[in-house]
Design a protein around this ligand. Structure first.
Ligand code: ADP
Ligand code: MG
Length: 680
């Protein structure tokens, strides 16, 4: 059979159109797709035991079938029983509803038999085992078994059977990485690593395969982002000169003293702006750490030099809040007249006026939503782009705004998603990162408590005390409406219960992602204005809107959220002078996990994110970062040693003046990655 990586799966022996359809449902069409479809986990059946030594649990024996027979026991229920013997003893094998079993077993032939050894009707037996002739390349027995992600009607057994046909192809896979890296890092060659990830011959080999593939994932990402960074450095952005007098005046007029992290970060930014090399900096800081003022200072300097700045925020209400606070903080410098707002809900003639002011340069700081990119705007002298809550925007949206200048611009991104250092190194490779770790003084941490469902009513009484003294409450639910699969309270259900029963004397709003943008804005505006006491929502409220009067955050089914996410949510309360409370209302009365307990004791967003990464893996954090496409399936992202050595190898690749074109397979991987990793 002439087969190559591009061959479609139906040329493989045993793959008909039905099976091919099931593979296609998993996105698997070609041989390469299937080779690239790594197992999710493994079950170790590699140790072959004698029957005399069998212990309950997963077992493998090598034995001959003495007898086998099947019968129907009840209507529709079939049972096959067989006796296997290996000379030390014999054992009963039992299969349910596999009527073809008995006739498929050759008497006297030697089989590997793997399954669970357990009690069945008072007698021990190996239940529903897999059996393969010991003379074959076993794929379902006597080895570390790959377990794949399943889809309806496709089993790991079927996947193994087809993947086994690709083993010869795997063995011919060309090496992707330069020889000096393979040797220097003592990596397993790619061909072997791929075979071992599907059909590990031992747990040691599996470990080496994972090491190799994990290294490659991080290496590829690092190389892609380092190359982007190098290209970017060649572009020319306008120089924004540092004006010390102006900076001092700006700071002196603030109603507070900057924290030392804010000062350090501002200082870095001001230095970046003085270069022609475009700034590409991310400021990471917990909710309330004071990122806005740092951005405002950068904008002020740009304005002083006659340049324009565009600040994009993910929602209208946030854009409006920014416009208000920035206008205020720029007023002492007489820049307040140069600030404008651009959001979708503005009237056409208001928008037109703003467009005109941008084109003439009369407006020097434009604050807006997606309207900034969806509308046809001409800037006179755009030099600085600020993206607030940057994880809420896609790469293409950010790039669209940057391109409005017609030349390279400086970019400042702000995010409240605390990303552990190890992960940031990989995912944000080409960005410079500043961290606001220190909170402005005087902030009391939000008091966080895990509440058992039995105490729901008591909790409501406590919440009412807050509401009665004029405070407001957020309620966040994991779902919009009732679901058949998840047994958790939905926003709609809670809204109804609260309105009709538990909080019927209070004004309640409902907010979720499926509502129209205008309706969302309306509800949010009402809540900010204090016209609603309670806001029941999904996580759409995560974004940094300031509601200083809100003091209670009630989270339904907290076990469904990431720690970093809950941490961000609770950052919404206690922003004013009042103490904030966060209640985690469990969906059942089981003991809460160590993970959730951490929220009660820690108010450090970075620590919590690291815990998330450790316990739930990068997916828990990626989701929020909108970079789920990043190809990190094997690498352990808490393994700082692996990350460092892979990053260093990528730098060395560049320093050696290696040419990507000399490594075609690597080259095409890198090109693909560059399209998605430019988180600039
Ligand atoms: P975030 O980082 O979440 O965007 P903001 O920039 O909205 O935070 O700041 C939150 C609040 O803290 C604002 O009301 C702001 O005026 C205030 N603030 C910022 N920096 C300081 C500081 N150094 N001292 C006191 N309050 C500050
Ligand atoms: Mg903010």
């Amino acid at each position: 059979m002439a087969m190559d990586l591009t061959s479609s799966l139906d040329v493989i022996k045993g793959v008909g159109s039905t099976l091919a359809g099931k593979f296609a449902a998993l996105g698997l069409k070609t041989a390469e797709d299937l080779i690239d479809f790594y197992p999710r986990r493994y079950e170790d059946y590699s140790e072959v035991t004698t029957i005399a030594n069998l212990r309950p649990g997963p077992v493998t024996i090598e034995a001959k079938i003495i007898q086998a027979s099947g019968r129907y026991v009840r209507r529709g229920m079939h049972i096959t029983e067989a006796i296997a013997s290996d000379g030390t003893a014999s054992v009963r094998l039992v299969w349910f509803n596999q009527p073809y079993r008995a006739s498929g077993l050759k008497a006297g032939a030697s089989y590997y038999i793997s399954g669970n050894y357990e009690l069945s009707r008072q007698r021990f037996a190996i239940m529903n085992p897999s059996a393969e002739l010991a003379s074959d390349f076993p794929v379902n027995t006597a080895r570390i078994l790959p377990i794949y992600k399943l889809t309806k009607g496709l089993t790991s057994k079927q996947i193994r059977k087809i993947t086994k046909e690709l083993v010869p192809l795997m063995r011919w896979l060309p090496e992707m990485l330069p020889d000096w890296i393979i040797k220097g890092q003592k990596l397993m060659p790619l061909a072997e690593a791929i075979e071992m990830i599907h059909f590990p011959s031992s747990s040691k080999k599996l470990g080496e395969a994972r090491q190799r593939l994990g290294f490659e994932e991080v290496f590829n990402l690092s190389l892609a982002s380092q190359l982007v960074k190098k290209e970017l450095a060649k572009e020319l952005a306008p120089i924004i000169k540092f004006d010390e007098k102006l900076a001092k005046r700006f700071v002196a007029n603030l109603p507070f003293k900057l924290t030392s992290d804010q000062r350090k970060t501002a200082w870095r930014i001001l230095q970046d702006l003085e270069k022609t090399q475009p700034m590409n900096r991310l400021v990471e800081g917990d909710v309330g750490s004071g990122k806005t003022v740092v951005a405002a200072m950068a904008a002020a300097l740009a304005m002083k030099q006659g340049f324009q700045t565009a600040l994009m925020a993910p929602t209208e209400i946030l854009a409006k809040q920014h416009a208000e606070t920035l206008t205020k903080s720029l007023a002492p410098l007489d820049f307040d007249k140069k600030v404008s707002l651009l959001v979708g809900s503005m009237k056409p003639n208001q928008k037109k006026e703003t467009h005109k002011r941008l084109a003439t340069g009369d407006c020097q700081l434009i604050i807006g939503t997606h309207a900034l990119i969806s509308e046809d705007i001409d800037f006179k002298k755009l030099a600085l782009v600020i993206i607030d809550e940057q994880h809420r925007f896609g790469v293409d949206q950010r790039q669209k705004l940057q391109k409005k200048a017609g030349h390279a611009v400086h970019t400042l991104s702000l995010t409240a998603t605390p990303i552990p250092r190890s992960l940031a190194l990989v995912v944000y490779g080409e960005l410079d990162v500043s961290i606001l770790a220190e909170k402005p003084p005087g902030r009391q941490p939000v008091i966080t408590e895990i509440i058992s469902p039995n105490s729901r009513q008591q909790l409501y009484e406590k919440a009412k005390e807050e509401l009665n003294s004029g405070r407001q409450m957020f309620v966040v639910c994991p779902l919009i409406s009732e679901s058949e699969v998840l047994d958790a309270n939905s926003a709609e259900k809670i809204y109804e219960q609260f309105s009709k029963k538990d909080f019927k004397n209070y004004k309640i709003g409902l907010l979720h992602g499926q509502m129209k943008a205008v309706d969302k804005e309306k509800i949010m505006t009402d809540f900010v204005a204090g016209e609603l006491d309670i806001l029941v929502s999904t996580t759409v409220i995560e974004v940094g809107v300031d509601v200083p009067n809100a003091s209670v955050m009630l989270i339904e089914a907290p076990e469904r959220f990431g720690l970093a996410q809950i941490h961000q949510l609770r950052g919404r309360v206690g922003r004013g002078s009042e103490q904030g409370y966060c209640y985690l209302l469990m969906s059942d009365s089981k003991a809460p996990s160590r993970r959730l307990r951490a929220l009660e004791s820690s108010s450090d967003g970075f620590k919590l994110a690291e815990l998330d990464l450790e316990i739930r893996g990068p997916g828990a954090l990626y989701g929020q970062m909108q970079s789920g496409q990043l190809d990190l399936r094997v690498a352990n992202l808490t393994d700082i040693k692996l990350i460092t050595s892979a990053r260093n190898a990528a730098s060395e690749f560049i320093n050696r003046n290696e040419r990507l074109a000399d490594y075609p397979a690597l080259n095409s991987k890198i090109k693909k990655l560059q399209a998605i990793t430019s988180l600039n």
